[in-house]
Write a protein that binds this ligand. Structure first.
Ligand code: SF4
Length: 399
């Protein structure tokens, strides 16, 4: 059962040129980075994880370089990491290897070299086609620069995804739909469209607390969300995840691993992984334990992580066995984001009877109200249900 789960590798490159005011990712601004040393440390951590979790024969379906800004990496370093992954694991013939990139002119110049060093899919963080909004979001590129970078990316890569942020302060639905109409002409097969959210600890959140920034009301955000779904659908995109839209066959295989609560290892500062394994932390006899899902969390600070890898071969700061209940909660929370929903029997197979993690009365009630749909053991949100996804998920889970 568990060996059949898809398996991916996440690499976290934690450095950025500048901290964006809305960002709560583990990103750090540095004048200089010893790229060779960080790249080697990532490879060392991958070697440790492969051995510790017995992953040598596990086919890797996808690799994702995220951050931070991995397009600031030297392409040769991504090549060395890709080479190590191919050496350490078995890889599938159609492996997807994605790099997140910012669309500055400097990074655009490196795209062909990234392809030559193993990257076969690009995720370009354009965020807006409006220079005023780009400046508000603290981005380092202009709209024209982003369009130039996209054109170059489309010449180099068969698969290019583009990210945008909407529901910005003072943005009307008409403003956003005009921008979305332009986005839909850009010839991409994958769109990630996120509403601006105020994350704890960010500059935007402290501005909002001081009354200097106000995001659109829930009603306006909802209207923008519904219109976004409708316009993307009319343009031939499938909203396979709540914020992600793809043409046929172009879904992000890597992100599906997260949303389907499959397996991945995460290497690099702050990276998180989840993997079914015989290896059990705190167990005196690994071989007599059952399979369990292990969550790993690497140390967040780049210098501390680098020290740990140098001394011990890994920057893992926390390693815990997930309870079956915790697995079920994650599988529901992530899986209901998907248009395909969740397979209840499959989760029961790993986490036990549904009544221990799912409020079946609440599910029946929301099905009657047209917010959820359960058919042949598959539970999914209806279009109406998607508009109150977080509330619904909170109501049906037994925490
Ligand atoms: S470039 Fe990306 S990771 Fe870096 S600060 Fe901005 S949003 Fe965060």
């Amino acid at each position: 059962m568990t060996d059949m789960a898809d398996f991916g590798v996440y690499i976290h490159w934690p450095f950025c040129q500048k901290k964006c005011p809305y960002c709560d990712f583990n990103s750090h601004v540095r004048e200089t980075v010893d790229q060779a040393r960080y790249g080697q440390a990532i490879i060392t951590e991958l070697e440790t994880m492969a051995e510790r979790f017995h992953l040598a024969n596990r086919p890797v379906k996808s690799v994702f370089f995220g951050g931070g800004t991995p397009s600031l990496m030297l392409p040769e370093i991504t090549g060395e990491i890709c080479g190590a992954i191919k050496r350490l694991f078995s890889v599938t013939d159609d492996i997807e290897i994605t790099l997140e990139a910012n669309p500055t002119s400097v990074e655009a110049e490196k795209l062909a070299a990234f392809r030559d060093h193993g990257i076969n899919r690009l995720s370009l963080g354009i965020q807006s086609l409006n220079d005023r909004h780009l400046s508000f979001l603290g981005r380092q590129h202009s709209a024209n620069e982003a369009l130039d970078a996209l054109a170059k990316a489309q010449q180099v890569f068969d698969r290019v995804s583009i990210d945008f942020i909407y529901a910005l302060p003072d943005q009307t639905t008409a403003d956003w739909l005009a921008e979305l109409a332009d986005i839909l002409t850009l010839g991409c097969d994958h769109l990630s469209l996120y509403q601006l959210t105020l994350e704890p600890g960010t500059a935007f959140t402290s501005m909002a607390k001081r009354g200097l920034l106000e995001i659109p009301s829930d009603e306006l955000s909802l209207e923008m969300f519904k219109e976004t779904q409708a316009h993307c659908k009319a343009a031939g995109f499938h909203a396979y995840e709540i914020s992600n839209h793809a043409k046929a066959g172009q879904m992000s295989r890597h992100n599906l691993i997260y949303w389907q609560a499959d397996d991945w290892i995460g290497a690099g500062p702050g990276a998180v992984g989840r993997i079914w394994s015989h290896h059990m932390p705190n167990s005196e006899n690994d071989h007599e334990t059952n399979y369990g899902r292990i969550e790993t969390r690497c140390r967040k600070h780049p210098d501390g992580w680098l020290d740990d890898v140098t001394k011990t071969g890994s920057g893992i700061a926390e390693e815990n066995q997930e309870t079956p209940h915790a697995y079920a909660i994650e599988a529901v929370m992530m899986g209901l984001r998907l248009a395909d929903g969740i397979n209840i029997a499959a989760i029961e197979g790993k986490a036990g009877a549904r009544h221990t993690w799912l409020d079946t009365d609440a599910v029946a009630r929301y099905c009657q109200q047209g917010l959820l749909n359960e058919e042949a053991g598959i539970l999914k949100l209806t279009e109406h249900g998607k508009t109150i996804m977080n509330t619904l998920i909170g109501e049906i889970l037994i925490l």
